[in-house]
Structures are given as C-alpha cells and as structure tokens.
Design a protein around this ligand. Structure first.
Ligand SMILES: NC(=O)c1ccc[n+]([C@@H]2O[C@H](COP(=O)([O-])OP(=O)(O)OC[C@H]3O[C@@H](n4cnc5c(N)ncnc54)[C@H](OP(=O)(O)O)[C@@H]3O)[C@@H](O)[C@H]2O)c1
Length: 247
C-alpha cells in the first residue's frame, strides 16, 4: 500500500510509537486520524501534520471505537490503514497480578484492536482492500518472568492477527504484526502495575520510537506478515550493569 493520499488511523497517537508513526505516515503523504484519550496532545499533533485530524477516544469503550471509525468515514469517506498501536504494560510477577489490572489491559491490548478491526473491515471490504497493522511485543515471543500478564495479552493479539490475516486475504485486507522490543517511550512510566524491566540501563539499549515507526510504515508498504524488532537486549547483562557487576 502506498501511503501518499491514504487515510490512516493510528491509535495511541498521543505519545511514543503512535505519535512517531503518525508523523512518519503524514510525511509520506497520508491523511492521519489520531486517536488517544489525551485530547490536547493529539490536537497539537494534528495541527502539525497536514490533513490530520484528532479524534479523542478511550479505546476501552467499544462505542468510542465505532465512533472513531465513523468520524474517519465522515471526514474522508474511506479508511485505508488501521494501526492498532495503543497498549499498556503490566509488569509484576503472576503471583501479584490483580484481576482488575489484567482486565483493563486486556480491554486495551486485545478487545480494542479486535473491535477496531471489526469496525474497519466493512469499509475496507467495500473499497476492495486495506491494511491493518497490530503492534504486539517481543515479550510475547519469549518466556519472560515478571511480564506474564502483559505477554498473555500480546500473545492473544498475535493469534487474532494471524487468523485475521488468513480470513481477510480474500477481501484484499492485509493484516500484519510488528513486534517492538524495549523502546524509549512513556510506556515504562505508564504501566498498569509494576516497574520497567531492565533497571536504569534500559534506555541505553532501547530502540527509538522513530525506528519502530519506520518498521510500521515499512510493513504497511510491504504487506509482510510480521516484523520482529530484536534489539540485542540482554536482560542478564542489563541487571549486572545496574548492580555494578562485570558484564
Ligand atoms: N515501549 C516499549 O518498550 C514497547 C515494547 C514492546 C511493545 N510496545 C507496544 O507498543 C505500543 C505503543 O506503546 P509506546 O511504547 O508508544 O507507549 P506509550 O508512549 O505509553 O503510548 C501508549 C499510547 O496508548 C494510548 N492509550 C493508553 N490507554 C488508552 C486508552 N484507554 N484509550 C486510548 N488510547 C490509550 C496512550 O494515549 P492516552 O494515554 O493519551 O490515551 C498512548 O498514546 C503498545 O501497544 C505497547 O504495548 C512497547
């Protein structure tokens, strides 16, 4: 899919990977629809990006997801790309996972992307195709103690995405997954519970939001099934460095 002139919904566009993706897609000529709860942030970003529009949205509310897609269709008459990027972490051992926290991140990390896919499928089908990119996490491709609740939500998203790719192929709708690893964003301060993995040395090895945005825009253009952003992140080495131990 070429981005020039395409209508692209980006969820979680108020910071980090979503904001960087919106900027890059707009720079490639896309008309970007920015969704997140912090209205001031997405309105400011929309002011910076030609043709962009901000639609304040709480993605944990199914009705607001429908409203987001309706607002996109009202404004542009079509939707070419959906980037399901919004997400939140939950970084505590399983013994400490509170069901309310797991329920909240499941609503955001699993139900919201599913509902958003369901909302864009009919217009994409009518148009003869479209692209959906779901932002997962490399934690769902490992067995990483301390992030089991979060990884479980992203594992569920992976399966929904893989099945959707096959179900929607006859309609010309391409579904892809991008798996970021540690990325320097507000994610690590916005966890539903717990603390970031990797101690103080995380930032040294973290990807930039812009580099993940390059991968997302790349996959929109290529239609590849998945891209894994392995960073060479070495948890043991990071822990040793934080403790002042030899690497
Ligand atoms: N950073 C990492 O190390 C990392 C690693 C692997 C995967 N990821 C994944 O990458 C994606 C983007 O994360 P990020 O690193 O860019 O984190 P971030 O900077 O914390 O951004 C998260 C975005 O999600 C939005 N969001 C949270 N709750 C929402 C809700 N209820 N309704 C609407 N929007 C909501 C936030 O906007 P508002 O608060 O304004 O609503 C924000 O724009 C997530 O899916 C995350 O799981 C991140």
């Amino acid at each position: 899919m070429e981005l020039d002139g395409a209508v692209v919904i980006v969820t979680g566009a108020s910071s980090g990977i979503g904001a960087a993706t919106a900027r890059l897609a707009a720079a490639r000529g896309a008309k970007v629809v920015l969704a997140a709860r912090r209205a001031g942030r997405i309105k400011d970003l929309a002011d910076d990006l030609p043709g962009a529009v901000a639609v304040p949205t709480d993605l944990r509310d199914p009705a607001q997801i429908v409203r987001l897609v309706d607002a996109t269709l009202d404004r542009f008459g079509r939707v070419d790309v959906l980037v399901n990027n919004a997400g939140q972490g939950l970084h505590v051992p399983l013994e400490q996972v509170r069901l309310d926290d797991l329920r909240a991140i499941t609503e955001l990390n699993v139900y919201a992307p599913l509902l958003a896919m369901q909302a864009v499928i009919p217009p994409m089908r009518r148009q003869g195709g479209g692209v959906i990119v779901n932002v997962s996490s490399m934690t769902s491709r490992m067995v990483l103690p301390g992030v089991g609740g979060y990884s479980a939500t992203k594992s569920a998203l992976n399966m929904l995405s893989q099945v959707a790719r096959r179900e929607l192929a006859p309609d010309g709708i391409v579904v892809s997954i991008v798996y970021p690893s540690v990325t320097a964003t507000e994610f690590h301060q916005a966890l539903a519970a717990g603390t970031r993995v990797g101690g103080d040395s995380w930032a040294v090895r973290a990807h930039s939001a812009e580099s993940v945005a390059e991968a997302i825009v790349g996959v929109i253009q290529s239609g590849e099934e998945e891209i894994m952003l392995t960073s060479g992140w070495d948890q043991g080495a990071a822990d040793r460095r934080d403790k002042g131990q030899p690497q």
